[in-house]
Design a protein around this ligand. Structure first.
Ligand code: SAM
Ligand code: SF4
Length: 387
């Protein structure tokens, strides 16, 4: 995840480069339940409104929570399916809060209602992210349910009214890119705390519908507009967070934007971005699915590292006998193709390995989602002329 607004702040108000802190444990995104009231076209969990047998029981979830705590996991993001359909979502969330985790909820927002908002507010989630994949028509089509945009927006408003930090999560595709400017206006109109632009990843229905992925030229236009908007929000002194996900090349593209807009800040921001280090799957980001399988991130559901019913998460996570985990945790990663030759590996760290593996069969081939030109990844400089 590329924290754009954080680096934009560094452009306007640079802070000294201090030694990087290594997180104690990974952020865990936990899909507690796969059932969902929507069936989105891109859904990596391939969720639907049906029961998925064999899910972790609440007692099993509590056992895993103890292990995660002992392993110093700082942040839990409860996801799904739709986590608000889990019958014990509030007791599980409360327990996690009481144990001292930072707890966030990843929701489609449609089930945040006047009936349950007091209960949601009482948990005191540190953050609730609600998906909005375009404005009304595009969102409802994408999420395959009419009325879902209005219901999600109503959910966001309820959160804001109850003092809960809430954000919009927007997955960019060819079908909803035209709504991008309107989404940014919505952020202002509703005074929403955080905007998360997610690029399409190739898991589940997202793999099946990958033809909807935004063309590179479109992605570049959207990113340019996002940089300008993030700059304006910073200049206005808003504390609005802007982050992007599923394409760590965004950070490199940002450096190229800086080169044009604030060349005097390139070296400073580059140093900060190197400290961040790019893609963190298998290192600082982890996923546990509804059945207890552990994955390097949420988009690896077709590849399991083990199951928490058989081995604690802490043991699975540290086991580098798995070739994918060994490579993800290696510095540098054993990247091939354009990613292997890229001059910006220290910033991007090879981007999204799922897309590479889904399209080429290799964990380490180039990410087909990298929208940077050869010149932007320094390829011309790296290719040696034959003697
Ligand atoms: C799987 S959903 C679960 C939480 C909730 N049901 C929701 O839709 O927000 C978590 C997030 O992943 C995003 N997502 C799902 N499939 C994706 C994909 N293939 N690529 C990128 N993001 C995806 C969703 O848009 C949502 O923001
Ligand atoms: S993306 Fe979220 S709302 Fe959509 S089907 Fe998947 S779990 Fe449900």
């Amino acid at each position: 995840m590329f924290r754009l607004s954080q680096y934009m702040r560094e452009v306007l108000h640079p802070t000294p480069l201090t030694p990087a802190r290594k997180p104690a444990g990974p952020v865990v995104i936990w899909n507690l339940i796969r059932r969902c009231n929507l069936t989105c076209k891109h859904c990596y969990t391939t969720s639907a409104d049906i029961d998925f047998p064999g899910e972790l029981s609440t007692a099993e979830i509590y056992t895993v929570l103890d292990d995660l705590k002992a392993f110093k996991v700082p942040v839990l993001i409860f996801s799904g399916g739709e986590p608000l359909l889990h019958p014990d979502i509030f007791t599980i969330s409360q327990r996690a809060k009481d144990m001292g985790f930072y707890v966030a909820l990843s929701s489609n927002g449609t089930l945040i209602t006047p009936d349950n908002i007091a209960q949601i507010a009482a948990i005191n989630y540190q953050y609730i992210g609600v998906s909005l994949d375009g404005m009304q028509a595009a969102h409802d089509k994408f999420r395959q349910k009419s009325g879902s945009f209005d219901a999600a927006l109503a959910g966001i408003r309820l959160c804001r009214e109850h003092g809960i930090k809430a954000g919009v999560r927007y997955t960019l595709t060819q079908d909803n890119a035209a709504d991008f400017p309107a989404m940014l206006e919505l952020m202002d109109a509703e005074d929403i705390d955080k905007f998360y632009l997610s690029h399409l990843n190739y898991g589940g229905r997202g793999y099946k519908n990958r033809k909807d992925d935004a063309a590179f030229v479109l992605t570049r236009q959207v990113m340019d507009a996002l940089f300008e908007q993030a700059l304006r929000w910073e200049q206005q002194g808003l504390q609005r967070e802007v982050v992007t996900g599923n394409n760590d090349a965004d950070a490199v593209y940002f450096l190229h934007w800086l080169q044009r807009r604030f060349p005097e800040r390139v070296a400073h921001v580059q140093a900060k971005l190197r400290q961040w280090g790019g893609n963190a799957s298998g290192v600082n980001v982890a996923n546990i699915d509804n059945l207890g399988y552990v994955h390097p991130d949420t988009f690896w559901w077709h590849y399991s590292l083990g199951n928490v019913r058989q081995r604690p998460f802490s043991a699975i996570w540290q086991d580098v006998s798995d070739p994918l985990m060994a490579g993800l945790k290696a510095t540098p990663r054993p990247l091939l193709g354009r990613c292997g030759a890229c001059a910006h590996q220290a910033i991007c760290n090879g981007n999204t390995r799922v897309r590479a593996q889904q399209l080429t069969g290799s964990f380490w081939q180039e990410d087909p989602g990298c929208y940077l030109t050869d010149a932007e990844i320094g390829l011309h400089e790296l290719i040696e002329e034959p003697a």
